[in-house]
Design a protein around this ligand. Structure first.
Ligand code: COA
Length: 151
């Protein structure tokens, strides 16, 4: 059984270690996660997914700077062994629900152009491609900007 809860500072070493395996080219550091999590429940909404042994198997986070501002999804990841079971969809739904509580008119994210699994997830949750950012993730690695209008 998978459970979901807010990410706390104690989770950061585990999340940062998994991050290095999943986002090999440009992982977030412990310091970056600390900065994010220190604002959790205020301008950030970060959650973790845990397995039956309470081990972290996924995480996701979003930023909304102020009530009525747009929300940005900053990260979402699930360990390879537990993908395709709806864990990311559950976390994405939580981020979208939070954006509604912040009265965000729109929610945005960037995704690598070649990342088909993530794009399929976002499209299935109502996101649309609105623009492209060449070389966003490095030379020759373009990003797609996707957004969902929250009305
Ligand atoms: C993208 C990612 C978070 C998806 O996590 P997940 O838990 O496997 O996703 P879910 O099981 O919730 O899938 C939800 C939907 O996404 C789509 N999807 C997910 N993985 C897919 C795949 N490999 N191929 C095609 N569609 C896929 C499907 O539409 C799926 O819905 P369905 O199962 O009803 O068909 C995961 O693959 C991951 O961690 N990837 C590496 C990190 C990453 O790329 N993060 C996104 C950065 S923008």
């Amino acid at each position: 059984m998978i459970t979901y809860r807010a990410m706390i500072a104690l989770d950061i070493p585990v999340v940062a270690s998994l991050e290095k395996e999943i986002f090999k080219d440009d992982p977030w550091s412990m310091g970056q996660f600390k900065e994010e999590v220190s604002n959790n429940g205020i301008t950030r909404h970060y959650l973790v997914a845990c397995d039956a042994q309470h081990q972290i198997v996924g995480w996701a986070g979003a930023l909304c700077a102020a009530d009525g501002a747009n929300t940005d999804i900053l990260t979402i990841a699930v360990v390879p062994e537990l993908r395709m079971r709806g864990i990311a969809r559950h976390m994405l739904t939580s981020l979208i629900d939070w954006a509604y509580t912040k009265n965000s008119p729109q929610i945005f994210l960037e995704v690598e152009k070649n990342n088909q699994p993530a794009q399929a997830l976002y499209i299935s949750e109502g996101f649309e491609i609105i623009s492209q950012r060449p070389d966003y993730y490095g030379a020759g690695i373009d990003a797609l900007v996707m957004s969902k209008v929250l009305t």
